[in-house]
Design a protein around this ligand. Structure first.
Ligand SMILES: Nc1ncnc2c1ncn2[C@@H]1O[C@H](COP(=O)(O)OP(=O)(O)OP(=O)(O)O)[C@@H](O)[C@H]1O
Length: 221
């Protein structure tokens, strides 16, 4: 009698489940019947040309756009029924962030960390500023940062708070080559820490480096 070897690894439980998603602006359909899942510690990239609906899907996931049909579950619970928990569990960077003009880069991160329950965020803030290459600019006001530095600060605001799901819209925007390399490494670390990542991107190298799965969207006629 032969002994059965270990079977194939069981598919990981999805953390985020998007099923049959449809979205329309006025009467114009933008997303038709989209289904995908993101397990813990995995990354899914939404790819496709301008206007394909990537941002719209991300907006539905974070609850800032209302699907016309379909279900979006986070850990098995509909996103809309756990609105408060979404705020706790989901870190998102979808738009250019509006910064407070009179708070420094470090103060922004400090404020957000404290708002999310970290009473002693000094070390975390320093580490993140170092990570995103803004240590020397820690005491600068947002208005004095370059557009790439503001983008780095915006990314840091998503990483300074607790999260189980990270939602990013074109995180590579305005980053230089070394910034994109850092981003790829950082997103890998996020996955290793068990965070699920869903991101839209126009950068094939970033997608290749980070995504376990890609969802290809095409503009609807
Ligand atoms: N608020 C809105 N009102 C009406 N139409 C909208 C709105 N937002 C987006 N659209 C349209 O929906 C479609 C999908 O837009 P979306 O921003 O989701 O695409 P995208 O794939 O993220 O594009 P890009 O790569 O340019 O960021 C586009 O045709 C866009 O014009």
């Amino acid at each position: 009698m032969t002994q059965a070897g270990p079977g194939p690894e069981p598919a990981p439980e999805p953390r985020l489940t998007v099923t049959g998603l449809r979205h329309r602006y006025a009467d114009r359909p933008v997303i038709e019947d989209l289904t995908f899942t993101v397990p813990a510690g995995r990354a899914v990239a939404l790819v496709g040309p301008n206007g394909a609906g990537k941002t719209t899907v991300l907006r539905c996931i974070v609850g800032s756009a209302e699907p016309a049909a379909g279900r979006i579950l986070l850990d098995g619970v509909p996103i809309d029924e756990r609105a408060e928990l979404v705020r706790r569990d989901v870190a998102a960077l979808l738009d250019d962030l509006d910064f407070f003009p009179d708070l420094t880069a470090a103060e922004h991160l400090d404020l957000l960390a404290r708002a999310h329950g970290n009473a002693t965020p000094e070390d975390l803030v320093d580490t993140l500023l170092d990570d995103v290459g803004l240590l020397a600019a820690a005491d600068q006001l947002p208005g004095s940062l370059s557009s790439g530095q503001r983008r780095r600060l915006a990314l840091a605001t998503a990483l300074v708070r607790p999260r189980t799901l990270l939602v990013l819209d074109e995180p590579e925007q305005r980053l230089d080559t070394s910034g994109v390399a850092w981003l790829a490494e950082r997103l890998q670390e996020e996955k290793e820490a068990g965070t699920s990542v869903v991101f839209a991107s126009h950068d094939p190298a970033l997608v290749e480096a980070v995504a376990d799965d890609t969802v290809e969207l095409t503009p609807l006629p």
